[in-house]
Design a binder for this molecule. Structure first.
Ligand code: NAD
Length: 475
């Protein structure tokens, strides 16, 4: 059994969760310990005990450990990418790319540990100096989703440790393998006992136990429903909170878009990673002048996508992560049909040589903005097309959503691109690019129902993982 890491010890549990490959359900990846509330209490206590020592380490000590972890992740990217593709179902190329990103994130935050931020100011009073410095927030809880099994744990853990916090991480039940591998790498990179703790198991048990055990801050990525519940509980307990949640990201295709490029943006944004990205281009808003030609081309490209085993070299779209997610996707296809949308292709369960959760990418046309498939995050390979009269109408449709993570436009006009960049109600805007696919050294996050609290990643991560101290010194 793969164990939890608590206070520097690998601890077994009385319950285990068998991790299965969604490309091939007969492939059991391993048994992973499923912790209870007591384990979570112990992990938070270990992180609390380790905090004074860790926050006193020099930036060089922290940088060296993070850099070593980043180097090992990069050196093992094919092996770790294979594990990730096996447990999550994204293609091997995508999985290796995700692992490389995780390695680079550790290296980025190794340097960030050295690049401290502070200010020295004259007071408005004579003979007084003011110093503004940043200190760690303390014990940080991290709760992560299944769709980026190593990148999201990395982009939360690396800044937390770089800025002197101690960590308790609770990964998603469907992808314990990548989290376990990361914990092992950090442990062997030289982290003192208790600085990083891994507690695997059910969120509905371990989430409340984590808050009850007394963490100082919580960074959560996952669904809106879970995030909103956690925000309320954190507010009641005075826990600093950061939430990254769902999206229903619009990609506007303007009349003057370069057709092939705009089709590729939608194929990549809507369907790669099986549509299981919070930044997926799940709402395609196509202006009337290009609409029919665009849909012709997009439907034939979508129908030709190769769905298969995540490790097979010819696969473009891997399986859906779980039976529950596949059933939810198929239910949305039925809901789209019942609401009168036109299914141009896909939307069916597929049989393959191995038993897996395979589904053909679904493309719906003639969708109304108030249909469930146009408004709710599906989190699968289902894209809806809304017809817009012109750019102005397209922008209004793009912003007509409770979410605000990413928004994109395909256009050859600098004027439209600039207008869209300024007026899209989203945390991230892409021009002539898919809405999914972001850099690791710049802020990530959204608006409205997609995010809450400070941004993640890049130097903006300091906002969440540090707290500001203002000191007055009489001279
Ligand atoms: P989820 O909310 O079901 O689970 C996320 C995590 O929360 C898991 O670790 C889960 O065990 C835990 N959890 C479940 N119930 C809990 C509770 N009561 N208390 C505390 N923790 C609990 O989400 P998911 O299905 O794993 O992930 C998919 C969702 O994540 C999608 O909505 C997607 O948009 C979102 N996501 C967002 C981003 C982003 O950065 N905005 C990135 C990736 C995924």
């Amino acid at each position: 059994m793969h164990c939890n890491l608590i206070a520097g010890e690998w601890r077994t549990a009385s319950l285990a969760n068998t991790n299965r490959n969604p490309s091939d359900l007969d492939d059991a990846i391993g048994d992973y310990a499923s912790a209870g509330s007591d384990d979570m209490r112990d992990a938070v206590a270990a992180a609390r005990a380790a905090l004074p020592g860790w926050r006193r380490t020099t930036p060089q000590q922290r940088a060296d450990i993070l850099d070593a972890a980043g180097s090992e992740i990069l050196a093992r990217k094919t092996e770790l990418g294979t594990l990730l593709a096996r447990e999550e179902g994204k293609t091997l190329a995508e999985a290796i790319g995700e692992v490389a990103r995780a390695g680079n994130i550790f290296k980025y935050f190794a340097a960030e540990a050295l690049r401290q931020q502070g200010e020295l100011l004259d007071s408005v009073r004579p003979g007084v100096e003011v110093m503004i410095s940043r200190e760690p927030v303390g014990v940080v809880g991290l709760i992560t989703p299944w769709n980026f099994p190593i990148a999201i744990p990395a982009w939360k853990t690396a800044p937390a440790l770089a800025f002197g916090n101690t960590v308790v991480m609770k990964p998603a039940e469907l992808v314990p393998g990548s989290a376990c591998a990361l914990a092992d790498i950090l442990h062997r990179a030289g982290l003192p006992a208790g600085v990083f703790n891994l507690v695997m198991g059910p969120g509905r048990v371990l989430g409340p136990a984590m808050l009850e055990a007394g963490i100082d801050a919580l960074s959560f990525t996952g669904s809106q429903a879970t995030g909103q519940r956690l925000a309320t509980e954190c507010a009641a307990r005075g826990i600093k909170v950061q939430l990254e949640m769902g999206g229903k990201n619009p990609l506007v295709i303007a009349d003057d878009a370069e057709l092939e490029q705009a089709v590729e943006c939608a194929i990549n944004g809507a369907f790669y990673s099986t549509g299981q990205r919070c930044t997926a281009s799940s709402r395609l808003i196509v202006c009337a002048g290009i609409h029919d030609a665009y849909l012709d081309r997009l439907a034939s490209r979508t129908a030709a996508l190769h769905v298969g085993h995540a490790l097979a070299p010819e696969t473009q779209i891997g399986p859906v992560v779980s039976e529950a997610q596949l059933s939810a996707n198929l239910a949305y296809v039925q809901s789209g049909l019942a609401d009168g949308a036109t299914l141009l292709c896909g939307g069916e369960r597929l049989e393959r040589a191995q038993r897996g959760h395979y589904m053909s990418p679904a493309l719906f046309a003639e969708c109304a903005p108030d249909m469930a498939i146009s408004r709710e995050e599906i989190f699968g390979p289902v894209a809806t097309v809304l017809r817009a009269d012109d750019y102005k109408h397209a922008l209004a449709l793009a912003n007509d959503t409770p979410f605000g993570l990413a928004a994109g436009i395909c256009t050859r006009s600098l004027q439209l691109a600039t207008h869209f960049r300024r007026h899209a109600e989203a945390g991230m805007v892409m021009v002539n690019l898919p809405t999914a696919g972001v850099d690791y050294h710049v802020p990530f996050g959204g608006r409205k129902g997609s995010s809450y609290g400070p941004r993640e990643q890049g130097r903006y991560a300091a906002e969440f993982y540090t707290t500001v101290k203002t000191a007055y010194v009489g001279l």
